[in-house]
Design a protein around this ligand. Structure first.
Ligand SMILES: [Zn+2]
Length: 280
């Protein structure tokens, strides 16, 4: 794949994060898994080259279960990205995690059902290469360096983020029933979303650093006594917080380690295992 535009950091999130950057280049990228959610929008923040990818496509036309997560992570890596920030909207599973809470999770539970969640499925790629069976560790699903940077960036913007917690990812696009929500909370899980998986695990398979920043837009069904979550409520709270979330993201971008200075587990996630194809 020939790309003259490169980036070192990826942000998976909507146009609210990059639309006002001065010099943004739109780059269409194809992958062996088909096209990503949208073009990459590449710009510069604090001297760092950043590729933004609207997770749901421009106009938000892709529901969470139909996002081509494999293509998205592959596309980012193919332009040079090695560290990814993944902001997303979530529901709070504890009363103290109300709307406007920023939580940087350290754990993940997958309750999705239908998503292609690995590059190592043994099926041949279009060029004929066949991925080998490879098992990566996901014991700690998020980049420790990226998490520390994100928490510090939030603090620097007077937004005390919750350090750690478990993000449970549901299939969607519907929200949880009250019983599901109560069950999630009873497990001790912190927030519930629809896009955090398989983003984190695919990033790990490609030896990318991945950091999740979850913005609570509502109290999930079991954590409140009202009518339950509405999409309007989610959009309203996200819109009210998008400016400061963007500030935090940009500060984090500036503070992430240089690509070749990564010392975290993510950079060597495959160890000596040969995936059978060249990482993009
Ligand atoms: Zn890392």
């Amino acid at each position: 794949m020939v790309n003259t535009v490169s980036a070192e950091i990826g942000v998976i999130g909507g146009s609210g994060f990059y639309s006002f950057l001065d010099d943004v280049t739109e780059v269409a990228v194809d992958t062996p898994y088909g096209p990503p959610s949208d073009s990459l929008f590449v710009g510069e923040i604090a001297g760092r080259r950043v590729a933004f990818l609207p997770r749901h496509g421009r106009g938000h036309h892709l529901p969470p279960h139909r996002i081509n997560y494999r293509a998205n992570l592959w596309a980012l890596r193919s332009v040079g990205v090695r560290q990814v920030l993944g902001p997303c909207a979530v529901g709070g599973l504890r009363p103290e995690y109300g709307p406007g809470t920023l939580l940087v999770p350290d754990q993940l539970v997958d309750r999705t059902k239908s998503r292609a969640g690995t590059y190592f499925d043994g099926l041949p790629l279009p060029d004929g290469t066949v991925p080998q069976v490879v098992h990566v560790s996901l014991a700690d699903p998020y980049c420790p360096s990226g998490r520390a940077v994100a928490l510090k960036a939030a603090r620097g913007r007077d937004w005390e983020a919750v350090d750690g917690g478990t993000l449970v990812v549901i299939e969607g696009p519907r929200f949880s029933t009250r019983a599901e929500s109560r069950w999630h909370a009873a497990q001790g899980w912190s927030v519930v979303g629809m896009t955090g998986h398989p983003e984190a695990s695919l990033a790990r398979e490609l030896e990318l650093c991945y950091t999740s920043l979850t913005l609570v837009t509502d109290l999930d069904a079991g954590a409140e006594t009202g009518e339950g979550v509405s999409h309007e409520e989610v959009l309203q709270v996200f819109g009210a917080n998008v400016d400061r979330l963007r500030d935090v993201l940009f500060d984090a971008v500036a503070a992430l380690p240089a690509t070749d200075a990564r010392t975290c587990l993510c950079a060597g996630a495959l160890g000596a295992q040969d995936p059978g194809f060249a990482l993009p």
